[in-house]
Design a protein around this ligand. Structure first.
Ligand SMILES: *Cc1c(COP(=O)(O)O)cnc(C)c1O
Length: 393
């Protein structure tokens, strides 16, 4: 595969026009869309509109006039198709960590006779910290494969470090057959492939990674309709109340998905997220997955045996990222970033490259592999200036 062939692949890419809908600095190969997606070109205008045309025009009336009050539900309905859900099944707000806490708390509440929570020790740590904060539960690793006494199983569809992907329908069915509830975290799969959590009991995810909702964009929580009447929201705020504006002294939960909202939505963050969803509504997800597989496979091939692959070699068993082990991963990544190739480093020894199919080109993959090769071949990462750790890696 040479550079010209990559340019030809870009020219015939059915998704090529979407790149123009994003702001990407010149001279940068951005392979961190799995951590913070690039800004949709329309995001700035949408946020300006929210500030000037909505806030500046209606002031407090914006809660009614501009639909702010309903945002957690209306944006939830817009997002639902991306995870295989329907209207009235998804709320948007808060953060993924909070949504994990809500989902797992609600799920264990539905299995009061069971005291075991099954998870991956390698889950994104915040998910497991949230579980560990629930008093009175034994935590078991998923690799033990035993669910018959488990209340809940919490897993990420795609592993944030290695990109390994679980078989969602198969595991969901196995967990539920054992009488446990299934909670999926789809942070690293939503926007990278068609996700379908419709059989799961609960699901959570964030909107600032592949979905491009912007830094600090709100998270989402899916609650299967079969649980909505019975499940409890562990963080009942005034938005979760049946009548928020009755200001009653006692709490009675709203019907339906609104029960799982907590309180005031982050209106300006929602505005940027809506600009991203305006794009997603036009994206054919089968093409996203096909391109993701092509990009990641190309990168694996180009890097070859220069580095040890940490991701599954079978593209069907990974998400849209490729990770490699390197004992000096941190300075290697800093040297790459210095040369315009932006990936990230995950402790202790992982170089991570995410390929957001909406705006990543084949030629980007080629250039990234070429520069990586040079950094390794000439040991450019040994320069002392790359050794010092920044606060965010
Ligand atoms: C990115 C990510 C999070 C982030 O949680 P926040 O509460 O939004 O900071 C949580 N879980 C997983 C699996 C993630 O990939």
């Amino acid at each position: 595969m040479d550079r010209d062939r990559c340019l030809a692949l870009d020219a015939e890419d059915p998704l090529r026009a979407f790149r123009d809908e994003f702001v990407l600095p010149e001279g940068v190969v951005y392979l961190v869309g799995n951590s913070l997606g690039a800004p949709p070109r329309r995001a700035a205008e949408r946020v300006r509109q929210a500030v000037e045309d909505e806030w500046g025009t209606h002031l407090v009336g914006g809660w009614n006039e501009s639909g702010w009050y309903a945002q957690p539900l209306t944006v939830g309905d817009r997002l639902a198709p991306l995870i295989g859900a329907g209207p009235g099944q998804v709320v948007v707000g808060n953060t993924t960590s909070i949504a994990v806490y809500q989902a797992v708390s609600a799920a264990v509440g539905l299995r009061p006779d069971r005291r075991v929570i099954v998870l991956d020790r390698s889950n994104f740590p915040t998910d497991n910290y949230m579980v560990a904060s629930l008093p009175g539960y034994e935590v078991r690793d998923f690799s033990e494969g035993r669910f018959d006494d488990a209340a809940v199983v919490l897993l990420s569809e795609v592993d944030y470090r290695t990109g390994a992907r679980y078989d969602v329908p198969e595991i969901t069915a196995r967990v539920q057959a054992a009488g446990a509830l299934m909670v999926w975290d789809v942070c690293h799969s939503v926007g990278a492939m068609q996700v379908d959590v419709s059989a799961a009991d609960f699901a959570v995810g964030c909107t600032y990674k592949y979905l491009n909702g912007g830094p600090g964009a709100p998270a989402f929580l899916y609650v299967n309709p079969r649980h909505q009447a019975e499940a409890r929201n562990v963080l009942p705020g005034w938005y979760s109340h049946a009548e928020p504006f009755a200001f009653q002294t006692g709490f009675s939960p709203a019907e339906g998905i609104r029960r799982f909202t907590v309180s005031t939505p982050h209106v300006l963050s929602f505005a940027a997220l809506e600009a991203a969803l305006d794009v997603w509504e036009r994206v054919p997800m089968d093409q996203i997955r096909a391109k993701s597989i092509a990009l990641t496979s190309l990168f694996v091939d180009l890097v070859g045996d220069r580095l040890e692959l940490a991701s599954p070699r079978d593209p069907l068993r990974r998400g849209s990222q490729v990770s490699f082990y390197h004992p000096d991963g941190y300075p290697v990544m800093r040297a790459l970033i210095d040369r315009g190739v932006h990936g990230d480093f995950r402790a202790p020894d992982i170089l991570r490259f995410g390929f957001a199919p909406l705006y990543t080109r084949y030629v980007d993959v080629f250039d990234a592999a070429t520069i990586l090769d040079e950094v390794l071949e000439k040991e450019l990462w040994r320069d002392e200036k790359y050794a010092q750790r920044l606060a965010v890696t």
